[in-house]
Design a protein. Structure first.
Length: 312
């Protein structure tokens, strides 16, 4: 994504914080706010606002090749905790926005960007491809209404769970007049083509691999190798997605090492909305792309990426 940088040689990272679960949001947000305040970093936070049904994701063991292997490699039980693994099955799923709304407001009060991640994270992640447009609209709308209830204003951005988006979900998203969305992986910002037309909501993809794809993998067997990889990965302006359940809790110390290493290299930090506003200054230079499904090393199942129209 280096072509999105404002000048040649500039190296920047936008930290996109996905808040997927009740426990991760409750424990991780205070940690990140303290860390970012200490380092002078402004980030973009996206909240799951409805029920935490994380326990239902266990079914992916049977439906997504490599899911169990990834869970064992990353130590998911220790990262997410036993209660989270039972929410929506043996334990009722807590309503995240209703219970943690005041905590979420502290993120905006601290000067960070806030946006919508999901209503029911697991349902969107696992069933989006099978949902009719009216159910997508209902699910997406509930999340936005809860966001407005918590923050007293409409959301200006959203980011799909698991980088799962479809033409139908983008058509629904278009009705909300967002500044941008971040639903996909790989490449520079673009305008999606869906439903037979080019949409006006700028898409800003995640460009760096996530820790649940790299941590404890064969390619990066120790913490030093992991940090070195991410130091080398900053070529221009990059988007790095992190999770409150991972970098903000059990691996907080290692995440701080990564941030300090970037700062030592002269890397600066921006919010996603800053990238969006810069990019939209020259809309004629923004490429139109269509959505495609693909796989990534270290991630079970498919994610949504993009492809230039000429390659379709």
């Amino acid at each position: 994504m280096s072509d999105a940088a404002p000048a040649t040689g500039v190296r920047r990272v936008a930290l996109k914080v996905d808040c997927d679960t009740y426990q991760g949001t409750r424990a991780g947000l205070p940690n990140l706010l303290r860390l970012f305040d200490r380092l002078g970093i402004r980030a973009s936070f996206f909240f799951t606002l409805g029920p935490d049904h994380s326990g239902r994701a266990v079914a992916r063991i049977f439906t997504r090749k490599g899911f169990l292997r990834k869970m064992l490699r990353s130590g998911a039980l220790s990262l997410y905790g036993p209660r989270t693994m039972l929410y929506g099955t043996l334990l009722p799923g807590p309503m995240i926005g209703r219970r943690l709304g005041p905590l979420m407001r502290t993120v905006g009060d601290a000067g960070h960007e806030v946006g919508v991640h999901a209503w029911d994270h697991v349902r969107w992640h696992d069933r989006l491809d099978r949902l009719p447009e009216e159910e997508i609209a209902f699910e997406y709308g509930r999340a936005h209404r809860e966001f407005e209830h918590i923050f007293g204003r409409r959301a200006r951005a959203s980011a799909a769970p698991g980088w799962h988006a479809t033409a139908a979900s983008l058509v629904v998203q278009e009705r909300y007049g967002l500044l941008y969305a971040s639903n996909t992986r790989g490449g520079a910002p673009f305008f999606p083509v869906a439903g037979g037309r080019q949409l006006g909501t700028l898409e800003i993809p995640t460009t760096l691999p996530t820790w649940d794809e790299t941590y404890r993998s064969k390619a990066f067997p120790d913490d030093g190798a992991l940090i070195a990889h991410y130091r080398d990965a900053i070529k221009g302006t990059e988007v790095h997605s992190i999770h409150t359940e991972v970098e903000a809790t059990a691996l907080l110390g290692l995440f701080e090492r990564q941030l300090q290493a970037w700062r030592a290299d002269g890397v600066t930090f921006v919010a996603l909305e800053e990238i969006a506003r810069e990019t939209l200054l020259a809309p004629e230079l923004i490429q139109a792309k269509r959505l495609v499904r693909t796989t990534l090393p270290g991630r079970a199942g498919e994610i949504t990426s993009s492809q230039p129209l000429a390659a379709s």
